[in-house]
Design a protein around this ligand. Structure first.
Ligand code: HEM
Length: 497
């Protein structure tokens, strides 16, 4: 039952012949000044608390129980915080740290200080853009396997796209970074248990507002324990296999283990290895899965864009399956992914806790305040993006680039996503390979509700009708992926560091 003071979230969506304003929460219209209500509303969904005035270029603040919250929505100031004065703003918010620590321990996503600095170099090296070409055949092969599986599903069957995309990206990250196949049962296990984890964690942390700078640890309820046990079970098995010498020689885990042997001062014991493995695994699959899910929703609602994507794939690839070499010519596919990341950034809030007192614009900021940079707002600010709520991939084409620091789906500065090249390559390739063979059709009256808890997903998944485009099986005319992998292997092992 909904508490009386919570506002029902009204979802806006406008579709016409060639204009799409895809789903978003209407501007918050609760009574002003009731910040506790706002906090409780945020606990349900962080995207439903923004008033029309928050979607403007400015810096503003509120206080909840004396705690200062500074909202930064201006590109220049974002650059100051994330880049110029980064040392003061390196630390993630207590909300984020507490919400993820049970799952990730001191993994890179939430660590700071010396631990973060030391591990950042290691982890970003593993997913560095120079290694992406070596991963690409794995992405292609895994997406083609999914295409073959979808081929077996009768035409016009309704499937839930969100877990499908989560299974695809979990398998890709596992094979490329851990050198290990997960299989259908484990990918489903990961996807289900992370969905459950997101639903159960409290990402507002009332303890912080009651005066505890570090917030309070999360209540480890039996349901939460179960979700974490299921996730750790899959990750632990990967780590144990590697420690026991059963892992693939060319994988990330082997690289970390080899480096640890050479430099024992790194302190990468089994727990640290598990935390970093869990971090890469979660950060590396959930975000891309959410992006691809939103892509299917947007294409289903904007058939004129879908048509342009289909025509481009046909013109560039003909009958063979798209490969990484086609990427520079798949301009529509890339623009669709970029526009999707603008409208539905998988990490829609970058929350930091400043170490020292500071001055942001004309706001004097106390130590340990909560600093919010909200890509969801920034990307929908009218002075930065024309018709900001509309789906217009063309804005990213023909050299169109957003103003610096106005478009930050991968964050920026020293904590920028180390997997951004991996994620972009993966998203574009998966889109091209699957859209060549399938469409997803949604009933016009189907209600999709965006919800942000840890990441931004459609709240109830994305049930859609899988329509086969008239093509042969996925293996038809593709360059044999194993052959291409052998070629890549001959070029060099991606982990021979
Ligand atoms: C579309 C795909 C992706 C998006 C939108 C995305 C977005 C982000 C964002 C916004 C952050 C910074 C969060 C913050 O500062 O609070 C981040 C961090 C991170 N991402 Fe990604 N990511 C994606 C894919 C990936 C992939 C494929 C990997 C790994 C292969 C990855 C690994 C990481 C890691 C390890 C961090 C933590 C970095 C640190 O704190 O130093 N991400 N990601």
């Amino acid at each position: 039952m909904r508490a009386r003071f919570l506002q029902p979230v009204e979802i806006v969506e406008h579709v016409s012949d060639n204009v799409l304003e895809p789903v978003h929460a209407a501007y918050y219209a609760g009574p002003p000044g009731k910040y506790l209500n706002l906090l409780l509303q945020a606990r349900q969904d962080f995207l439903s608390i923004w008033r029309v005035g928050d979607y403007r270029e400015k810096v503003s603040q509120i206080r909840i129980l004396g705690r200062q919250i500074v909202l930064v929505n201006a590109p220049e100031v974002i650059r100051d915080i994330l880049v110029k004065r980064r040392d003061n703003y390196e630390r993630k918010s207590p909300q984020m740290r507490r919400a993820l620590e049970y799952l990730l321990g001191d993994g890179l996503f939430i660590s700071d200080g010396p631990t973060w600095r030391q591990r950042r170099a290691l982890v970003s090296d593993i997913v560095h853009k120079d290694r992406v070409p070596a991963f690409s055949p794995i992405i292609e092969r895994t997406a083609l396997e999914m295409a073959r599986r979808w081929q077996q599903i009768p035409d016009r069957t309704t499937i839930d796209i969100l877990p499908e995309m989560a299974a695809l990206t979990a398998e890709i990250i596992s094979r490329s970074v851990f050198g290990q196949e997960l299989g259908h049962a484990d990918t489903a296990e990961v996807s289900e248990s992370f969905t459950q984890y997101q639903a159960l964690v409290d990402s507002t942390n009332p303890g912080y507002f009651l005066g505890l700078d570090e917030g309070l640890p999360m209540m480890r309820t039996p349901a939460l324990r179960r979700a974490v046990r299921r996730l750790h079970h899959v990750i632990d098995r990967i780590v144990e296999d590697h420690l026991a010498g059963r892992g693939s020689h060319n994988s990330m885990m082997e690289l970390l283990i080899r480096r640890q042997k050479r430099n024992p001062e790194l302190g990468l014991n089994a727990v640290a290895l598990r935390n970093e493995a869990a971090t890469i695994f979660m950060a590396g699959h959930e975000t891309t899965a959410a992006t691809l899910t939103w892509v299917w929703y947007l294409l289903a609602r904007a058939p004129w864009v879908e048509r342009a994507v289909h025509e481009e794939i046909a013109a560039v690839c003909g009958d063979r399956a798209p490969t990484v070499e086609d990427l520079p010519r798949l301009r529509w596919c890339q623009a669709v992914i970029e526009e999707t990341l603008r409208l539905y950034p998988p990490v829609p809030i970058l929350a930091r806790q400043n170490r020292d007192a500071d001055q942001i614009g004309d706001i004097a900021v106390r130590p340990s305040s909560l600093i919010l940079i909200v890509p969801w707002l920034l990307h929908r600010t009218e002075s930065l993006f024309e018709a900001p709520h509309e789906f217009r991939p063309e804005r990213f084409m023909d050299g169109g680039r957003p103003e610096p620091y106005s478009y930050i789906p991968f964050a920026s500065g020293p904590r920028v996503c180390p997997g951004q090249h991996f994620g972009m390559t993966e998203a574009i390739l998966c889109l091209a390979i699957l859209a060549q063979r399938f469409r997803i059709v949604l009933p016009p009256d189907q209600k999709i509700v965006p919800q942000c808890r840890l990441t931004l997903r459609p709240r109830d998944g994305l049930p859609g009708m899988l329509v086969h485009r008239q093509r042969g099986p996925a293996s038809d005319t593709v360059t044999s992926p194993p052959a291409r992998e052998r070629e890549m292997a001959a070029v060099g092992c991606p982990y021979s560091a």
